[in-house]
Design a protein around this ligand. Structure first.
Ligand SMILES: *Cc1c(COP(=O)(O)O)cnc(C)c1O
Length: 385
């Protein structure tokens, strides 16, 4: 088993992910849950998360890129896999051979893909993406009939149709309502009931259960994070945050009144003060903008002081603590808890970015429902094939 000698690690609770999945399965009734595990499962580790989800009933995993899909196949994941983003011509035969579902993103894409089809292989499984207002990828609503005809006339295996909402996590529903209207006009043209319809991301799955269709595509909230503060205050069930970030004090000293610390000497100590050094910095994803953010140590909140360095940072202590003392950067210690949301606010961004910016130098360590012992450590180079 891989060992890590630096105490900085992200602990991923697979039990929390399981509980969040169960909540969505119960909420969605007859519709199934498509688990979105793109971007290394939002930084939680794609392989361990995917295995946990599959063990708990997920049949379709969604990723963003062809390479992510292939990574899962190469790790012997046998569930259905859908690539939500664009795939190039060179991937079509690979998708046929490795049983990977790809997204038809435009009429142009369909005619490109048709030329690449390999007759001797199983037919290419596709989901048709409709652009109802996100204006990112997808066939235009007035091209849908042409796309459906083209699919019917060629050797595709037509498995699904979907769209994506731009504002499902916001209170103002004007664009959302417009997208639903466009969607309904598209679905009127679809007469094949074996084609899976899925439209909801986490926010829509939480706020609009009436749009669950055949499946909901849940990403962020599987990891226990609400898509936005608006959704968080409106939702009627509780999410369980899966990721916590922890380290230990590696050095403690008293800094004298008037002295400065860290790069740029920007932080001046007013009176004699205990200061501890932590082995985590911006190369781990703890960005410099987190200066001033609090951490939990000995059950108390204390701030990060001075500039955050590449590999280390300093915190202010109210009393002397020993080297080896546990420090919680995200997650719970005693009665107190620091949520990903707090980091997002500090960095003036959305919570989605936070687990994604934790770099591969931070090992992902798993707690909870792990069947396979090889999952107890996430190899940092996991995305390299
Ligand atoms: C990322 C993504 C999702 C998941 O969205 P969350 O807000 O994380 O639930 C769903 N659908 C598409 C097309 C996506 O790109």
């Amino acid at each position: 088993m891989t060992e890590f000698y630096r105490p900085t690690k992200a602990v991923i609770s697979l039990d929390a992910i399981k509980k969040n999945l169960t909540a969505f399965q119960e909420k969605s009734g007859r519709s199934s849950v498509i688990a979105v595990v793109k971007a290394d499962a939002y930084g939680h580790g794609m392989l361990a998360v995917s295995k946990t989800l599959i063990e708990n009933g997920v049949q379709l995993l969604a990723v963003a890129t062809p390479d992510e899909a292939l990574y899962l196949r190469n790790q012997e994941i046998r569930a259905e896999i859908l690539v939500l983003g664009a795939t190039p011509a060179s991937f079509i035969a690979v998708a046929q051979r490795r049983n990977i579902i790809v997204t038809a993103i435009s009429l142009e894409w369909l005619s490109m893909a048709e030329k690449q089809l390999v007759e001797e292989l199983d037919s290419l499984k596709i989901h048709l993406k409709i652009d109802t207002g996100m204006r990112r990828i997808g066939v235009q609503t007035d091209e849908v009939e042409e796309a459906l005809d083209f699919i019917a006339d060629h050797d595709f295996s037509f498995k699904g149709i979907f769209t994506h909402f731009a504002t499902a996590d916001e209170q103002d529903s004007s664009l959302f309502d417009q997208q639903v209207k466009a969607l309904n006009s598209v679905l009127d043209k679809l007469d094949d009931s074996s084609v899976m319809v899925h439209v909801s991301n986490s926010a829509a799955a939480i706020m609009h259960p009436e749009l669950a269709c055949d499946a909901v595509r849940v990403g962020i909230s599987l990891y226990g994070i609400a898509p936005s503060p608006y959704v968080e205050q409106a939702m009627d069930f509780k999410l369980h945050p899966a990721l916590s970030l922890e380290t230990e004090i590696i050095h403690v000293k008293k800094v004298k009144a008037g002295e400065t610390l860290s790069y740029g000497a920007t932080y001046r100590v007013e009176q004699d003060q205990w200061v501890a050094t932590l082995p985590i910095g911006y190369a781990d994803g703890m960005l410099r903008g987190l200066q001033g953010q609090e951490v939990l140590v000995a059950g108390q909140r204390v701030p990060i002081i001075g500039r955050i360095c590449m590999d280390q940072c300093m915190i202010r202590l109210s009393k002397k603590l020993p080297v080896g003392e546990k420090v919680q950067l995200i997650g719970k210690q005693g009665k107190r808890e620091i949520f990903i949301d707090e980091w997002a606010r500090k960095l003036e961004t959305i919570p989605y970015e936070i687990p994604c910016i934790l770099t591969k130098r931070v090992p992902r360590v798993y707690s909870g429902a792990v069947e396979n012992s090889d999952l107890s450590f996430h190899k940092p180079d996991i995305m390299v094939r």
